[in-house]
Every structure is written in C-alpha cells, then in structure tokens.
Design a protein around this ligand. Structure first.
Ligand code: MN
Length: 382
C-alpha cells in the first residue's frame, strides 16, 4: 500500500477507546493506529517497546490538559497530573523529581496485572498523562495557586465517556504532600466534601500555628498541615481515616496539639499485626461507607526497606505487598481523586525500589477508578 492511499485511510479509522489523534502519542508501547509514512516495510517502528518515545505514565498518550483545545480528540476520563513541588517539606527535599521518577518506574506497566489478572489500561476509560503542572519553585503561595488552577482546568474538561461520568478524574503524582490540598479543593468544587483515606506514616493534620506558623503565616502551609487546612476549608468529611501512621495521637491534656483529628479515625502501622489486612480493609470500608472517597498515598507509609526515596522515612511501616493488597481490596469504592506523593528519587536504591513501588501503587489507584465509574452528573454535593 502506498502512502498516498494510507494517509486518507487513516482519516476514516473509527474512533477507538484510546485513540488520540493530536497531540501525537508520547509513547509507543501499545498499538497507536499510527504508521510510519512512506514506507511499506513490515518492520514495526511504531509500537511495541516500553523504552521508546517520551516517558509518560505507563506509556499513556500525552495531552497538555492545561492548554490544549477541548476537542473530543483531546478528551479523557482519567488523567495523570504531575505536581513537581517540594518547597514545603520538613525533612529531606527532592520530591519535585517525583513525577518523573514515578513515570520511569511505570515503564514496565502496560498489560495484565500480575496481581489481579486485569488490564486496567484497556477498559471503558480513556486515559492520558497531562505531564507536569508548571509550578514555580521560588514562591509557595504562587505555586499552589498554579496547582489549584491546573487541577481546576484539567478536571473541568470534557470527559470522553460521558454516560459514565461528566468530568474527568485526576491521579496526581507528587510532589510533596502539600500538593494534595489543591486536588482536594478541586474535587470539592465538583463533588463536595470527600472522605479522605490517607496512607501515611504521619498524620499531616498539624495545626499551622504549631508546625511552621510560629515563623510566618506562609510557613504554616506545608506538608504536615495541609489536612488541617483542608478540614478548616470544609473540603473533607468527618468520615476520613489515617492508615499506617507510626504513633497514635497522645498529647498532654490542654496541649494545643490535642485537637489533631480533623475528622480522621486512625489505624497505626502496628495495627496490622493486631487485626491483619482484612481487619484494616473492614475498618476503612466501615469508616467511609458509600461516601465519595479521595485516596492519598504518601509513599513514606511504606517501610524504608521498601521505599527509601522519600523525605521523612519512618522505620516500621507496611511492605509494598501489604499496601497493594489493602488498596486492591478497596475495589468498589467511589474514588473521585487520588495521589501518590513524597517520592524523592535521588534517595532511591539503584534498583529503583521506590519508584517501582510508587508506580504500582498508582496503577492500583487507577484500577479502583476504572472499577467504579462515578456517575453522570459529577455534582453530588450534599
Ligand atoms: Mn504526608
């Protein structure tokens, strides 16, 4: 077939579930329905390698969700958004490189899960990678406003499969944990308050007056206070739950830090030894019920043996297998947003231990979203 015939033929290909015409595919692991022009060879240079093309999450097509036009070709149902921001940490910096690290760790994804036997990349949902939101590294206030807007724009675009959900859902790749605040502000606009399932070795509900606020108001907005702020802003429900923190909250009576619950129940890492994985899953499900949930995974919930590349490591955490088993057991919950944060690749092992784990976690979160479409309207505010 000559290229003169091939080109018009391409134009009449039926629209396929994951066929995005422009911008062109960023990666070519999976069939793209695009072909080298002007060549009749049967040698395939368009598909089939996880090592070719640009690096997107799981080799998904790239769409600049912040500025590209809103045509049906650029529509999507679930999008990955990078948030390269790490200037609000209390420990080691470096999570600004997290999104790219997680994408590198995700190269091997692209087919059937070895855990569940399912291929979440090939379903009703059209998936894209939006790349990273452009965030200044010089002013946290401006950077978070940029991220607020990036979330708002990316989640307000036309969904592809509108009968299963009017608005796209976002999985954020962090970035330090402060970035979750922007995601929660965005989900609140569309969905109202959500139950947050917060996997983390820390509570992140510190009062800004206590953690950082003694220096300045600006300093009080950080990765240890964002859930306190989200609670104050009314973004989250009193049916939220922390999972995997190292220490229960025990403070002297009268201590200003006594009131750190902010709507959260607590499961500590050591509760795993006491009640087991099924006990943890049952407790999470009982807590959130049928409410809309946002799942935030701080990779430091894992033991440093499984995730050394993070800013605030705490020994004694979950294993990767335990975390993935818990996440996969949450199938059926209405997940309207999710993230994997605090991945700082510079501290990783040469075996890419942390970024491989983070990519697998993101894939599990994607699986939960694919398994449970969230309805046609998107407006389910109480
Ligand atoms: Mn955290």
């Amino acid at each position: 077939m000559s290229s003169l015939i091939l080109v018009p033929a391409l134009c009449i290909l039926p629209a396929l579930a994951r066929d995005i015409g422009f911008p062109p595919i960023a990666a070519v692991h999976n069939p793209s329905y695009q072909f080298p022009l002007g060549h009749e060879s049967t040698i395939d240079i368009a598909t089939g390698s996880q090592f070719s093309g640009l690096t997107t999450f799981a080799n998904l097509p790239y769409v600049n969700c912040f500025i590209d036009d809103d045509s049906p070709l650029n529509s999507y149902d679930i999008a990955f958004v990078g948030a390269p921001f790490d200037t609000a940490v209390t420990g080691r910096p470096g999570a600004r490189f997290g999104p790219k690290g997680i994408r590198l760790g995700s190269r091997r994804l692209g087919g059937w899960s070895i855990y569940t036997g399912e291929n979440v990349l090939a379903s009703w949902a059209k998936l894209v990678d939006c790349g990273d939101a452009p965030l200044t590294w010089l002013d946290n206030t401006v950077a978070l406003k940029q991220l607020d807007l990036a979330h708002k724009v990316a989640s307000s675009r036309r969904a592809n499969t509108t009968h299963l959900g009017q608005f796209p859902r976002i999985i954020t790749l962090g970035g330090d944990h402060t970035t979750t605040l922007s995601a929660l502000r965005s989900t609140y606009e569309k969905w109202g308050p959500v139950s947050v399932i917060h996997f983390d070795s820390h509570i992140d509900t510190w009062d800004p007056e206590v953690l950082g606020g003694g220096i300045s108001h600006y300093a009080g907005i950080n990765h240890g206070t964002f859930l306190h702020l989200a609670h104050e802003e009314g973004l989250i429900r009193n049916t939220s739950i922390h999972v995997g923190i190292r220490a229960p909250i025990v403070r002297p009576k009268g201590d200003i830090r006594n009131d750190l619950r902010c709507g959260f129940e607590i499961i500590t890492a050591r509760d795993l030894d006491r009640i087991g994985i099924s006990g943890i899953v049952d407790q999470i499900r009982a807590r959130v019920g049928e409410t809309n949930v946002y799942i935030s995974v701080d990779i430091d919930v894992l033991d440093p043996a499984f995730a050394p590349a993070t800013g605030t490591s705490e020994p004694g955490g979950f294993s990767t297998r335990e975390l993935l088993t818990i996440l996969d057991a949450l199938r059926g919950l209405p997940v309207i947003g999710a993230d994997v944060v605090e991945v700082a690749p510079v501290y990783d092992s040469v075996g890419e231990t942390t970024t491989l784990a983070a990519a697998e976690v993101a894939n599990s979160l994607l699986g939960l979203m694919v398994a449970r479409p969230v309805g046609g309207s998107g407006h389910e505010k109480e």
